[in-house]
Design a protein around this ligand. Sequence first.
Ligand SMILES: Cc1ncc(COP(=O)(O)O)c(C=O)c1O
Length: 377
Amino acid sequence: MARIYLSPPHMGPEERQLLLEAFDSNWIAPLGPMVDAFENEFASYVGAQHAAALSSGTGAIHLALLLLGVGANDRVYVPSLTFSGSANPVAYCGAEPVFLDVERRTWNMCPMVLAEALEEDARKGTLPKAVMVVHLYGQAAEMDEIVPLCKKYGVPIIEDAAEAAGTLYRGRHVGNDSEFGIFSFNGNKIMSTSGGGMLVGSNPELIQRARFLATQAREPAAHYQHEVIGYNYRMSNLLAAVGRGQLRVLEDRVAARRTNFNDYQEQLGALPGLSFPIEPEGDRATHWLTVMQVDQDVFGASPEDIRLALEEQDIEARPLWKPMHMQPVFRDCQTFGCEVSEDLFANGICLPSGSALAADDRQRVIESVAAVAKAFS
Ligand SMILES: Cc1ncc(COP(=O)(O)O)c(C=O)c1O
């Protein structure tokens, strides 16, 4: 039996055709017609006004921070339960990430913790330069509560929607409720260009500035004039071709991942001790990864027991992201709360969630998890 992977890439004939078109046109270098088209098509899909195609989601976050003027010794709020790609760019700017706890309902930044943190920092005169909201595992954060709080204190928001292409919050795409939204097209994402990212926003000058910074901040002079530090963050024309193809099938990919989730929830959710996140009304979680919570006392086995048992069956599962405040590299950073992040991490597991996961493979996963319950009873 073939190995079942957590979230492998899922390419089709459209992507192949567009890639060959780009290849045959000899537009290999960064920039080119595929990049322009991908930016326009992606912006139109998510309902953004402007978009810049970049080499990674991490690069997109870095540029968003720079465009908001984040620099040495500034503070930026980041939810603790996330991938390091959210927090690392804060450090690239010489700023300090401050880790906030998440809420149980969405697993994203807790508005109550955010309110406390902003109030305390306003009192102390140490308000953050930006708040980074993450839409984790394809579930939107509670923006209707977060946005007014940040507005009250005049702090801009970056939405890290790296894991949330196709995610809807109250019926609209994430990434537009803030100064900047960023998306990732890393190899394991719901749509992939092997590696890549997108920065979206409503201010055309700032998005143009992002494109400029991403091409080594090269001034328009034949001799390559440079007046500020730049970066090599642009997406290549070849990869943009793949992205255009992936975008065309994104709605199908969302449907497939939601089918994975529904099937897991229906069958595994019936077992004592296993539970799944509840989708808030009006939202569409993509379930980029299906995440399951394990009540170890009731189920009898821990998430790690389940992971190891699945591994024996050649099935790849994974713990949740280890919270950032628990990472040695960020151990000196300030935190607000973070108990919920720790608890979700300790009791959670990500199940195979690829959009090409066949029904019988998914059944194999379900039966393997059910077998763990029996083995430990
Ligand atoms: C939440 C989150 N933020 C940022 C990133 C960084 O994106 P990239 O890998 O494209 O740099 C990722 C994914 O890789 C992510 O999951």
